[in-house]
Design a protein around this ligand. Structure first.
Ligand code: URA
Length: 263
């Protein structure tokens, strides 16, 4: 966003000891949205054209609140405590803030999302495509990556797997009965395993181990050629969402799930 370099007006207050600068709540809210440093957000608040419901805000009297939809210098921002995004991850992107050999999925998001602390809920390998969720709400991320298996909080992830060879009935059965993976203390089960009409495997898992799908498929004697994630818990990848694009989602299906105790 263009930040107008005009001088910022400050409010000064006096407490019992000294004179101090008062930060307007609006400036703190803008900062919480990842729109810049405090100084930059002061500049935005005092010097940018900010509209709410087609009315220009007067920084002398108006305040910004959570829930507002603002037009700031022509860009729309929904002011929210947290953000929840669903991305169609393309192949060739690493799920990391510090990628080693490829661009990062975070490069596909506007900078203000990164500045406000958006994290990916789990990882997809660089060559894996499909549904990837992001949020700056720690509770939402926690529920997605550590939803306990066998409880109401369990999160099933559904993958579509192209194998190097056709999948056999025996391989599907072995995935459902559980496979013994190196370095995993427990047997790992598929929550679903069936053949799709195009010959790919539809595989569901409820745990999130390192390269889990690739290792499970290798353990039954096949090899993953292409891997695509279609769903995570209540979220499905919309058929019309192009690779590299994202949408905002409603977190309530995850946040409102029953507690583990009630399961
Ligand atoms: N399992 C894998 O092996 N890779 C992924 O990207 C996701 C799950």
């Amino acid at each position: 966003m263009h930040i107008n370099p005009k001088p910022v007006k400050h409010f000064w207050q006096i407490n019992s000891k000294n004179l101090y600068m008062k930060v307007r709540p609006s400036v703190k809210i803008l900062q919480s949205q990842g729109l810049g440093s405090r100084r930059e957000c002061e500049n935005i608040f005092w010097n940018s054209e900010i509209f709410r419901n087609e009315t220009r805000l007067d920084p002398e009297i108006d305040e910004i609140s959570l829930g507002d939809t603002l037009l700031i210098d022509g860009n729309t921002f929904e002011i929210t405590q947290y953000k929840y995004l669903l991305m169609h991850k393309p192949a060739g992107y690493e799920t990391s803030h510090l990628p080693s050999h490829n661009p990062s999925v975070f490069d596909l998001l506007p900078k203000h999302y990164i500045k406000r602390g958006l994290q990916a809920a789990g990882r997809l390998d660089v060559d894996t495509t499909g549904l990837l969720l992001f949020s700056d709400d720690g509770q939402f991320i926690h529920r997605l990556i550590s939803g306990k298996v066998g409880t109401k909080q369990e999160i099933e992830k559904i993958y579509e797997v192209a194998g190097a060879r056709p999948f056999t009935e025996l391989q599907l059965q072995r995935l459902l009965e559980g496979v013994d993976l190196d370095d995993e203390p427990e047997i790992i089960y598929a929550s679903r395993a069936s053949l799709m009409t195009d010959g790919r495997l539809e595989l569901g898992i409820t745990t999130g181990k390192y390269h889990q799908v690739k290792r499970m498929v290798a353990a039954v004697g096949n090899h993953v050629e292409r891997l695509h994630r279609r769903a995570v818990g209540p979220y499905e990848l919309p058929a019309d969402l192009p690779p590299g694009s994202y949408i905002e989602i409603d977190p309530s299906p995850v946040l409102n799930r029953g507690s583990a105790k009630a399961a």
